[in-house]
Design a protein around this ligand. Structure first.
Ligand code: AHG
Ligand code: MN
Ligand code: MN
Length: 336
């Protein structure tokens, strides 16, 4: 039997790659792994206990928060706080930056942006959901409270990013800017074990993922690209397969492994798209690029180069196999 490498062993073995690292980032990542296990436990028993349903709160996006969103938010914040390395958190569930100055010194070097539960509309129906995280080095002085500016950095400045997918198995995938690695939770030992080393995505895939119910509201370039995906052409393996779960983490993970493109373009109801730049698009864009893929706004702008102006800003997203993203952009440039 080949040797099992646990997430913590892997994190520590990689620490040496960062010559000035003193273990802070490693500790932070380990604590994210712990929170993932706790949230996973609750996700798995969601159908058994009274944790399903609405929490009667409206989050700052005006959407009804599910109980599990609130639980995941609290668990991840508690774990990041416990690490001692994180001085501030920006989360989908909190309008402003969360800081801990009341009961902790502000000497953590890192800030973390979070979508604690992604795809939460799928909780009640046993469909995969996820968590997305993005880690930055703070720019505010150590010893002071974290600020919004710590989070309004371009995605290129991320020191690490990843997601947890609570699916048919639970998987944690992350990057520190040197490739992408995936770990599957072995429930019998309660450890994430390296299962997907050095993930590389296809240059061209055969899956396209988009909420086609919004078709009439898409930019014409996206409509033309969808029609291209549906055309018959044996040489280019078309028509492509259409797959859309409605949980970004799950759709992204499938496409990363199988090869495909995920699009959430601007629509009438969401003129900047639906997904949030800081805690949805940037972390996934870093993962996509690190796996050899690409992520843009569909209009020639690399997601990681966008300078955020707001914690919760949204941005159109074309992400996945490099050649597919490029072709979708060609259609956008030609028609939109
Ligand atoms: P969240 O549950 O964090 O609010 O995110 C939902 C997002 C994303 O997960 C998914 O891909 C997308 O919303 C689905 O949107 P549509 O229902 O508009 O397709
Ligand atoms: Mn989300
Ligand atoms: Mn969410």
């Amino acid at each position: 039997m080949s040797k099992v490498i646990t997430l913590n062993e892997f994190i520590i073995s990689r620490q040496a790659e960062f010559p000035y690292a003193k273990g802070e980032l490693s500790r932070l990542l380990s604590h994210i792994g712990i929170a993932a296990k706790i949230v996973n436990r609750e996700v798995n028993k969601a159908g058994l206990v009274d944790i399903l349903g609405d929490s009667n709160d409206i989050n700052i996006q005006g959407e009804i928060q599910k109980k599990l969103d609130v639980f995941a938010d609290e668990r991840f914040i508690a774990a990041l706080k416990a690490s001692g390395e994180c001085c501030g958190i920006a989360s989908e569930e909190n309008e402003e930056v969360v800081t801990f100055e009341e009961d902790m010194p502000n000497d953590g070097k890192y800030v973390v942006a979070l979508d604690p539960l992604d795809g939460s509309g799928n909780i009640d129906v046993n469909v995969s959901i996820g968590t997305i995280f993005s880690i930055y080095r703070r720019i505010s002085p150590i010893g002071h409270k974290a600020t919004r500016e710590d989070f309004l950095q371009e995605g290129t400045k991320q020191v690490a990013a990843g997601y947890i997918l609570y699916g048919s198995s639970t998987v944690l995938v992350y990057t520190t800017g040197r490739g992408v690695n995936g770990f599957t939770l072995d429930p019998s030992i309660g450890e994430f074990c390296l299962s997907h080393p050095q993930i590389q995505t296809s240059q061209i895939g055969y899956i396209y993922s988009i909420n086609e119910g919004n078709y009439l509201h898409f930019p014409i370039g996206v409509k033309k690209y969808i029609k291209y995906c549906q055309e018959i052409d044996n040489q280019t393996h078309r028509p492509y397969t259409s797959r859309y779960i409605g949980s970004f983490v799950a759709d992204f993970h499938r496409n990363l492994l199988k090869g495909g493109i995920y699009l959430y373009p601007e629509t009438e109801s969401h003129p900047s798209g639906k997904l949030r730049l800081i805690y949805e698009c940037n972390p996934m864009a870093l993962l996509a690029e690190q796996a050899g893929g690409k992520a843009t706004d569909g209009r020639g702008k690399r997601i990681l180069d966008i300078k955020p102006t707001d914690l919760h800003q949204r941005v159109p997203l074309h992400i996945g196999a490099r050649k597919m993203v490029e072709l979708s952009e060609t259609f956008m440039a030609q028609y939109s």
